[in-house]
Design a protein around this ligand. Sequence first.
Ligand code: 13P
Length: 253
Amino acid sequence: MRKPVMAANWKMHKTVSQAADFTRDFVNRLDEIKNQDCEVIICPPFIALSTLAELLEGSNVYLGAQNMHWEDEGAYTGEISPGMLSQVGCRCVILGHSERRQYFQEKDEDVNRKVLTAFRYNLTPIVCVGEVLEERKAKNTEQVIRRQVEKGLGGLTAAQVHELVVAYEPVWAIGTGHTSSPEDAQQVNTFIRKVLEEMFGKNAAGAVRIQYGGSVKPGNAADLMSQQDIDGALVGGASLDAASFASIVEAAG
Ligand code: 13P
């Protein structure tokens, strides 16, 4: 059984004090959810990581980052290294988000370097893949996803793949309110698992948790989560409010 993983990606939102207020409120709400059997992750902006690490101590919420550099350290002004993340208490890191690909020209090759580095630092990568609207309309979704998975995850060992999280985030569904239907998302997640199986074998592919992301809300989370190959959610806008994210977590069961 794959344990669902529900992650908040705050993107460039919340000051440190707003992040702290959210976290106190959210941890209290989480305590009230019964029989919750999923992993919960919050990925705030870098600047809030250490404050949240303290506030989350003793809770069962993990801390994640939204990006990192692939080098151990060096002259890369403005960048954050994997060692900095793990030292501050991060367990995971979002890599290859479509906003990084779109606005910061990240390529599959960059994502791959980051994924390989993350494993060296015991950071679980949450690797994002997804097609843009034109690609979907042209029926190229599978071709795009295959390329992103094959290039982004090349060179991993089967043991590493067991730990991996992949997030399928159709770009046309991000921040638009247009969620993929649960059936369409399930279909793509199944395809991602098939490509992983070709690359790393059935066991490893069966263990990978594959999230869905893109306009996940309290009202649609349960339907999405009921699909067999949807093992969690990566939530943007609806994770900025503690009550809303808690209710999405509750939907994971
Ligand atoms: P929204 O939930 O705001 O659509 O964002 C999804 C996302 O990009 C999470 O990484």
